[in-house]
Design a protein around this ligand. Structure first.
Ligand code: PLP
Length: 395
């Protein structure tokens, strides 16, 4: 990492893999044409775009035509929820119900709230103390829904961006389908960390984002099962099979495809090492008085470790993170979008943590570029910052 920074904020974003940079630069130098142009340059750009789509489809076990490129995870989530809702309303005359949960990223919660403001019913399924949606809770909620012409849409994230908690998507998909619904999962954090084949998960829609896997910012995708139709959100040209107008960002797709290929091909080996480092981090942090682990020991992503403190009401969570930054360690308090204002994490609140503990949370997120020396240095910095805070309290 540049600037001698120990970067443990990989759930917010990741550094570009040099291999991805190289392939994007090469493409950029060779071809700037519009993939919609009929001349040879345009056709070469089209081939690069479709090669990228093929590569990513293979990583997901999907068909290329089931991949719709977007500007990132946020747009893909908006497309899943709004595209489904608008299509259902247009074809059945009534809104579908959306079921989600309160630990989701704002890129799900806010589109759901927007749709609710238009009259669409939104229901929230309870999560466990570990932040997990259980098939039993989903089944109970789905049973209680009134009969409606449009099948309900279930949107539950594969793994949480703040805690790393993994949801049992396959089982949730089974419940959803048994009860006649459609299921979307936000796999922005899980892809490249755990298996994400769409058929194994049984999902109808899935969101990915390139910048979480050492790819470029500004590109992501929505996998849409070929049997499912969505209303377009961006009307314009006939790009993406008429599903998203706008000249395709071919060089971003080229980078995304390379990042996805590397992430998937090296996943098991890379994540074994990341898991070893996370375990080392967890063991070392246990030495700090009053630390409690929000990230469960089992059933969580290997790269995320979220902690808070027993005596959190006396702690300044923001101070801890700023202090870590001064010592050259980048960590975060929950999601990047809320960290500017340091509100208590909505995820921890949904899990039942009191506001003080939800505010004092610190998230360490590793990548395959993280080293053991960085983990050890980060633990020392954390212990030091904790001591500084304790000394302040005694004054
Ligand atoms: N979903 C989750 C779980 C995320 O962590 C993020 C990014 O923080 C997003 C969606 C949004 O993705 P993007 O930044 O590509 O819009």
């Amino acid at each position: 990492m540049a600037f001698d920074l120990i970067y443990l904020d990989n759930s917010a974003t990741t550094e570009l893999d040099p291999q991805v940079v190289e392939i994007m630069n090469r493409f950029r130098e060779e071809n700037f044409a519009n993939a919609g142009s009929v001349h040879r340059s345009g056709q070469r750009a089209r081939v690069a775009l479709e090669d990228g789509r093929d590569t990513i489809a293979r990583c997901l076990g999907a068909e290329p035509k089931e991949i719709v490129f977007t500007s990132g995870g946020t747009e893909a989530n908006n497309y899943a929820l709004k595209g489904y809702a608008f299509h259902a309303k247009a074809t059945t005359g009534s809104w579908p119900t959306i079921i989600t949960d309160r630990t989701e990223h704002h890129a799900i919660l806010h589109p759901a709230e927007f749709l609710e403001s238009l009259g669409l019913p939104v229901r929230y399924v309870e999560v466990t103390r570990e932040g997990r949606v259980t098939p039993e809770n989903l089944d109970q909620l789905m049973q209680s829904l009134p009969n409606q012409p449009a099948p309900p849409l279930i949107s539950i994230m594969h793994a949480n961006n703040e805690t790393g908690t993994i949801n049992p998507i396959r089982e949730l998909a089974e419940v959803t389908h048994e009860r006649g619904g459609v299921i979307h999962t936000d796999a922005v954090q899980s892809f490249g960390k755990i298996p994400c084949k769409v058929a194994e998960l049984g999902v109808d829609m899935m969101t990915l984002s390139a910048h979480k896997i050492h790819g470029p910012k500004g590109v992501g995708l929505l996998y849409v099962n070929k049997e499912l139709e969505l209303e377009s959100l961006i009307h314009g040209g006939a790009q993406e099979r008429d599903r998203r107008g706008g000249t395709e960002a071919v060089e971003l797709v080229v980078g995304f495809a390379e990042a996805a290929r590397i992430a998937e091909e090296n996943r098991e080996e890379a994540m074994r090492e990341v898991e070893r480092l996370s375990h080392r981090l967890r063991e070392r942090l246990k030495g700090i008085e009053g630390v409690c682990f929000v990230t469960p020991e089992a059933g969580a992503l290997p790269n995320i470790l979220n902690i808070t403190f027993n005596s959190a009401e006396h702690l300044d969570g923001e101070g801890l993170i700023v202090g870590m930054d001064i010592q050259g360690v980048a960590v975060s308090n929950g999601s990047a979008c809320t960290s500017g204002s340091m509100q208590p994490s909505h995820v921890l609140l949904a899990m039942g943590y009191p506001p003080a503990q939800a505010k004092a949370a610190v998230r360490f997120s590793l990548s395959r570029f993280t080293t053991e020396a960085e983990i050890d240095r980060a633990t020392e910095a954390m212990a030091e910052q904790f001591k500084i805070q304790q000394a302040k309290l005694k004054k």
